[in-house]
Design a protein around this ligand. Structure first.
Ligand SMILES: [Fe+2]
Length: 480
């Protein structure tokens, strides 16, 4: 597809150049059209956003989007807008087509047209309202590795309805240039092949979480193309604007341009939630500048989950609260919201940051309170002591009703693995004082890259961890 697109574009541009000799660059598709969920958090309206990026010559694009499920349906009216990005002394255009007014549970085709010539064709399924979902989860992925391509290919084979990325989309600094070289080529590969990736983002929407590497480029003096998370992702914006969001620094002109080109997504997509079938997922920014108990954030978080009628309530953030791997062990600040998650009936917490796979037993946790200040105690390193209650009866096979929340680390999506030697070897898993650690970890796979598949069917949820060849590494079933 990409070759055909390039040939088509070259022909068009050659013809155009005959009458316009001052233009020297050929228009080129830098990122092919990919799907984003847009700002449709709950199941009251359905939309998708189609985004693509070209080089410096603006194009007259139109998009045709038609339901394939309804025989007589007419193409939707699609509005195409563009942002002119001037980053790293280069001009590019980021186009955005709002596919609004979609019906639920339908298959749609789309076609991106440049000057009446077809440029790209794809199709997608709109969100389901049924009580069955099937989605993939991985994080810490955009490192440009062969394993990243294998995972993209395997995820595509699994036919998920959507993908949740648990943060650290791209290494090492979340820059626009890095997305174009280490992220999109793998998930928008025209060919589905283990050494290339797959046209995954062209067919299913990706929901993204802010990780630490996604915000390392907030200094625009050093990285003028930084914080590209907010250029490329178009996510629900139903979260609050808490006091704690990433702030760009440096050249005021670049900051002004960044805010213009990322409005209204910056910083509104830092915290958000969405429904998909019978699953409600709340995504939180857990970076070190965040106070997870920020009153504005917590009030929204409580109401968001309390008001959800979904069978399954899932919370996702990047930095794990209950890590069993030595790497990144001390940063445990998200433990502070464990009691609120328990009170709200959260079933599962999905995280990344630690580059391996981990699963805990169902657990409950009460953070330690300072008797003088009546506040939770957090060390300078971010560690949080407290009291654990573990459900060691649940095994996910014969006993499938957990008493507590199961915490998953799914951070083996492509970047170099952490603590390989501890894989499936409990003797080497992280240990500590009883106030900070008890044997809550039941599974660690750290010597293989992997991803998570979650399927729900009414009151039953199945979670599998698969490797780069599609082999099952771990599996549990949870029932209500
Ligand atoms: Fe991380």
């Amino acid at each position: 597809m990409q070759n055909k697109v390039a040939i088509g574009l070259n022909r068009l541009v050659t013809l155009w150049l005959i009458g316009c000799s001052s233009i020297v660059a050929a228009q080129k598709l830098l990122v092919p059209p990919y799907l984003q969920p847009g700002n449709s958090p709950n199941l009251s309206k359905e939309q998708k956003v189609l985004i693509w990026q070209t080089d410096s010559i603006p194009g007259n694009f139109t998009v045709l989007c038609t339901s394939l499920s309804t025989a007589s349906s007419k193409p939707l009216k699609v509005k195409v807008t563009s942002d002119k990005l001037q980053l790293l002394n280069k001009t590019t255009y980021l186009y955005r087509a709002e596919l609004a007014g979609l019906k639920f549970d339908e298959t749609y085709s789309y076609e991106v047209i440049l000057n009446s010539k077809s440029l790209y064709k794809g199709q997608f399924d709109s969100r389901t309202k049924k009580a069955q979902t099937r989605f993939a989860v991985f994080g810490d992925c955009g490192a440009g590795t062969s394993q990243q391509a294998q995972i993209a290919y395997q995820v595509y084979q699994q036919k998920p309805q959507f993908v949740l990325v648990t943060g650290d989309q791209v290494y090492s600094n979340g820059r626009e240039l890095e997305y174009r070289h280490r992220f999109f080529p793998f998930y928008t590969s025209p060919d589905a092949a283990p050494d290339k990736g797959a046209p995954l983002m062209n067919t299913v929407p990706f929901y993204m979480l802010l990780g630490n590497h996604d915000i390392y480029s907030a200094n625009f003096n050093k990285y003028p193309d930084g914080l590209a998370f907010f250029y490329y992702n178009d996510l629900p914006r139903n979260g609050p604007l808490p006091a704690y969001v990433i702030q760009p620094e440096g050249n005021p002109e670049l900051i002004k341009a960044f805010k213009k080109n990322t409005s209204p997504r910056y910083p509104g997509i830092s915290n958000y939630s969405y429904d998909y079938g019978n699953v409600h997922i709340t995504c939180l920014d857990a970076n070190t500048y965040v106070n997870p108990l920020d009153p504005t954030l917590i009030e929204w978080f409580r109401n968001d989950i309390k008001n959800s009628k979904a069978d399954w309530k899932i919370v996702s953030y990047h930095h794990p609260a209950f890590n069993g791997s030595p790497t990144h062990y001390d940063y445990q600040i998200m433990r502070l919201i464990a009691p609120i998650c328990e009170e709200l009936g959260v079933d599962l917490v999905l995280t990344g940051h630690v580059h391996n796979y981990q699963r805990t037993v169902p657990l409950k946790f009460s953070p330690k309170v300072d008797e003088t200040t009546n506040r939770y105690v957090v060390s300078d390193a971010g560690s949080v002591d407290g009291r654990f209650t573990l459900d060691t009866i649940f095994d996910g096979v014969n006993n499938t009703r957990p008493n507590g929340i199961i915490y998953i680390v799914s951070g083996a999506g492509g970047a170099v693995l952490y603590d390989k030697e501890i894989s499936d070897n409990p003797a080497l898993w992280k240990k500590g004082t009883p106030e900070n650690w008890v044997p809550y970890t039941v599974k660690v796979i750290s010597d293989k890259h992997s991803f998570t598949m979650i399927e729900t069917d009414g009151k039953k949820l199945n979670l599998k961890q698969l490797d780069v060849s599609g082999n099952i590494l771990d599996e549990i079933t949870i029932t209500k």
